[in-house]
Design a protein around this ligand. Structure first.
Ligand code: F6R
Length: 243
């Protein structure tokens, strides 16, 4: 895993945007894996700024989001469908039918997971996957002890994840208990992976990831087996590691 050290969150976001934009500009077709949460917001802001200034087109980009809460309708303000529209898709020329997010209100959630996995595979897998990391080491919503061989599946969210994400909800009680997430095998099969890490609250898990072993108890540790992972981390996130 290559580590790029940045001064702060904005520099991390700009570096990530430069990598994503270069990839878009040099690919005839790009399958881009996307994350939600606080971490990629700066990256999305830079992509939108670039679009307004340089008109980089997303006509040949297809996106696959990592996850969606079970039980939230796409129009629910806290769904990841709403999040992505608000913070990215609405501002770009990406055709809506090229943006994919699991359906958290599907009647048959197991079939929805199979369908979503197949759409990713039919697109040839993910070319570039953007990831954030949970304070418990999750990537996507693959909580500790998820199998490294997992494909898209339904998860029961860890209490710590529900607490971490309560800040996005008006009423913390409303944080769903389950989600659909792309699995660890699917993430691992991405051709290239960019893990963004920012803030002091991520310093302990980043230290554990970099210095610890590869183990299913730390889902993100699967990334250590991949040969094209770049971590872009700011000084706060790297503060517990040797410079
Ligand atoms: C969300 C996702 C999660 C987040 C992680 C960090 O789509 O995949 O793994 O990346 O929970 O969240 P933030 O960025 O809010 O700290």
């Amino acid at each position: 895993m290559k580590i790029i050290r940045t001064k702060n969150y904005d520099e991390m976001s700009k570096k990530a945007a430069d990598i994503v934009l270069k990839k878009i500009k040099t690919s005839s077709f790009l399958s881009l894996g996307l994350a939600t949460g606080s971490t990629p917001l700066g990256l999305y802001k830079h992509l939108i700024q670039d679009y307004l200034k340089s008109y980089t087109s997303y006509e040949y980009v297809t996106t696959f989001n990592l996850d969606e809460y079970v039980g939230l309708k796409p129009h629910h303000p806290d769904s990841y469908h709403s999040f992505m529209k608000k913070h990215l898709f609405h501002h770009l020329d990406i055709p809506t039918d090229q943006t994919h997010i699991p359906d958290g209100i599907a009647e048959d959630l197991k079939s929805e997971c199979k369908r979503y996995e197949k759409v990713i595979q039919d697109a040839g897998g993910i070319d570039l996957q953007i990831l954030g990391i949970g304070t418990n080491g999750h990537i996507g919503f693959n909580e500790p002890d998820t199998s490294f061989h997992s494909s898209t599946h339904v998860v029961s969210l860890a209490d710590s994840t529900r607490k971490d994400n309560a800040r996005f909800f008006k009423n913390p009680e409303e944080v769903p208990t389950h989600a659909i997430t792309v699995g660890l095998k699917t993430i691992f099969n991405s051709k290239e992976i960019l893990l963004l890490v920012s803030g002091k609250n991520k310093a302990p898990i980043l230290k554990q990831l970099v210095e610890g072993n590869i183990n299913e108890s730390l889902p993100a540790s699967i990334l250590k087996k991949h040969n094209h992972v770049t971590i872009i981390a700011d000084e706060d996130a790297l503060s517990l590691l040797q410079p």
